[in-house]
Design a protein around this ligand. Structure first.
Ligand SMILES: Nc1ncnc2c1ncn2[C@@H]1O[C@H](COP(=O)(O)OP(=O)(O)OP(=O)(O)O)[C@@H](O)[C@H]1O
Ligand SMILES: [Mg+2]
Length: 335
């Protein structure tokens, strides 16, 4: 029987599937649309994402993951199944699947994730924890007796871990990441500039004007929303300084979580991290100046991995090759 090995990064914001031969073959928003009248799924991924805020009442547009954990089991399961089927098509193959699951996942959610892979035809299912996948995908050698630290800032959670000899030595996870940044940006403008903006506008402002180090006061972007004073549409020029003020508190929560990981890490490994530096992955790593901010906080060089958004997906797939040497953070699921 032909075998296709598939790696799946099930993220709060994006689901990415990669195969050994072709790399990432599917990259879709983690969104699914369900028609309540016909009780059928009508769209998923990008197509469903476009329906957010625009669908009639009988169509539920669902993000089945929230804050890094599954909030809608049935829809998460269906989305995973549809994505796998989209990749393998009608080929009669029973793939081996490694799924990267959000940290903090419960036993029930773990079971649901495994079942969805099985219902799409998986022969064997492995589960890998996000920071291990992130380090592997960033090209780090985590098998040596040497400490490596990763901070993966996604949409729902920021996961921090230290590994050595193929296993996790210390870890922490906080529900402060890209989505929380967006919410704080919305709050900042409502409270300080009396303008109400949508989530997508906040996201665009973060990407265009986000800068945590050397944030300039110069106006470099424009946002549109509704004035809380007049109730009418309004445009406002914004600066990097605005975005920096809006999200600094969230970033400091991540910094605090990193500090606790340092405190749990044996001193020899802390020394290794000091020497090698901290690796930053996930979409949040693209925030300008975040690496410098972390470097300044800990006096340890922090560097952004190549293609930080794709690290976890790449590492999830790479885990096949090194699975015999991975200790905790990777397991074969009972089917
Ligand atoms: N250039 C950028 N600057 C700042 N943030 C960015 C940028 N590009 C993407 N992001 C953010 O990255 C986040 C998505 O990252 P990623 O795909 O790693 O998350 P995820 O894996 O789906 O979530 P999680 O791991 O928390 O479940 C989004 O919140 C998005 O706003
Ligand atoms: Mg992720």
């Amino acid at each position: 029987m032909s075998v296709l090995d598939i790696g799946i990064d099930l993220g709060t914001a994006n689901i990415i599937i990669s195969t050994g031969r072709d790399g990432a073959v599917l990259n879709e928003p983690t969104v699914i649309a369900f028609d309540k009248n016909s009780e059928r799924v009508i769209a998923f991924g990008e197509e469903a994402y476009k329906m957010i805020g625009r669908a009639p009442d009988h169509i539920a547009v669902i993000k089945p993951l929230k804050d890094g954990v599954i909030s809608n089991n049935d829809m998460a399961q269906e989305l995973i199944r549809l994505c796998i089927l989209k990749v393998i098509g009608k080929r009669l193959i029973n793939p081996r699947i490694v799924m990267c699951v959000p940290s903090g996942i419960t036993a029930v959610e773990r079971k649901a994730v495994v079942e969805s892979a099985v219902s799409a035809g998986a022969r064997t299912v492995y589960l890998i924890e996000e920071p291990v996948a992130a380090l592997l995908g960033a090209g780090e050698d985590i098998m040596r007796p040497f400490g490596r630290m990763v901070i993966d800032i996604g949409g729902g959670t920021s996961d921090i871990a230290v590994t050595s000899l193929g296993g996790i030595v210390a870890a922490n996870s906080v529900k402060k990441a890209g989505n929380a940044f967006n919410a704080s940006i919305q709050r900042y403008f409502a409270e300080n500039k009396k303008i109400l903006i949508g989530e997508r506008t906040a996201e665009e402002a973060k990407i265009k004007c986000g800068n945590l180090f050397w944030a300039s006061m110069e106006k470099s972007g424009v946002i549109s929303g509704r004035s809380l004073v007049t109730g009418l549409p309004e445009k406002l020029e914004i600066s990097e300084d605005d975005i920096c003020r809006a999200i600094t508190e969230d970033v400091d929560s991540i910094i605090a979580a990193v500090r606790t990981v340092f405190e749990q890490t044996p001193p020899e490994l802390v020394g290794d991290i000091y020497e090698h530096g901290i690796v930053l992955t996930g979409g949040g790593a693209l925030l300008r100046g975040l690496d410098m901010y972390i470097t300044r906080e800990f006096g340890v060089k922090c560097h952004v991995a190549e293609d930080p958004l794709g690290c976890v997906a790449r590492g999830t797939h790479l885990a096949f090759k090194v699975r015999d040497r991975l200790r905790n953070g990777f397991e074969k699921a009972a089917i």
